[in-house]
Ligand binder design. Structure first.
Ligand code: Y43
Ligand code: MG
Length: 204
């Protein structure tokens, strides 16, 4: 029988990646895109971890069910870590991927090749009735390109050059991306630690 897992995200790109990554584990993925009645959770944290916990616990409380959330973003060294936790709303509250990319590219116009290092971060939080909330992190190292490359993925993928693959993230096939991505490694950590999700009452 197929099992089901709830991912507390409204991001279409993340939803696609989670569906693909959970399929071989025999899980169907439900997201907030399937549950319009869930109230928005404000991302008031200043770290990926804080925001992931806010989203997972906020949605778990509304559904009274186990949920996984994903807070992720792009950290650029030459921009002192921006856009960071503001990645989704970097160019404005309407969350426009193209405008966000344009803003990063223009801020980096005068930054030479060697100084364009960056990384994607992902923190997954698991929360639910009777369990202690847990987080799992993943990182993917790269460099910011001078122009867009590739048509796959979402968000900042077209301007993120993955050293390991010598390609833009948006040039990778979906399964290639999941193998090396921040989200893929965070999910692997989560899978390895599922047994640590102990009931709160048992926690010493
Ligand atoms: O693999 C990725 N490839 C490219 N860009 C990415 C990736 N992973 C995160 N990102 C960017 C997209 C967005 O600008 C921000 C996430 O912001 P974040 O608040 O976690 O997600 P969101 O608001 O889009 O959806 P939600 O909070 O409902 O999960 O980082
Ligand atoms: Mg968000």
């Amino acid at each position: 029988m197929r099992k089901k897992v709830i991912i507390a995200t409204k991001n279409q790109g993340k939803a696609k990646e989670f569906k693909r990554m959970f399929a071989p584990l025999n899980y169907d993925v439900l997201t907030l895109l399937d549950m319009p009645e869930i109230e928005d959770i404000e991302e008031t944290g200043v770290t990926f971890e804080e925001n992931a916990i806010l989203k997972a616990e906020g949605v778990a409380n509304q559904l009274n069910s186990l949920v996984i959330s994903d807070d992720s973003g792009l950290v650029v060294d030459a921009l002192e870590g921006r856009p960071g936790v503001y990645s989704a709303r970097y160019a404005g509250e309407e969350k426009n991927d193209e405008a966000n990319i344009d803003k990063v590219l223009s801020e980096l116009t005068d930054v030479p090749g060697g100084d364009r290092t960056a990384r994607f971060y992902c923190v997954l939080a698991v929360a639910g009735p009777g369990i202690e909330t847990k987080t799992f992190a993943g990182v993917c190292e790269g460099e910011i390109l001078r122009e867009r490359r590739g048509a796959n993925g979402f968000g900042y993928d077209p301007i993120f050059f993955v050293k390991e693959k010598q390609k833009a993230m948006a040039e990778l096939r979906p399964e290639e991306k999941s193998e090396i991505s921040h989200r893929g490694s965070a999910l692997k950590r989560l899978e390895r630690n599922l047994s640590s999700l102990v009931p709160k009452d048992d926690a010493k």
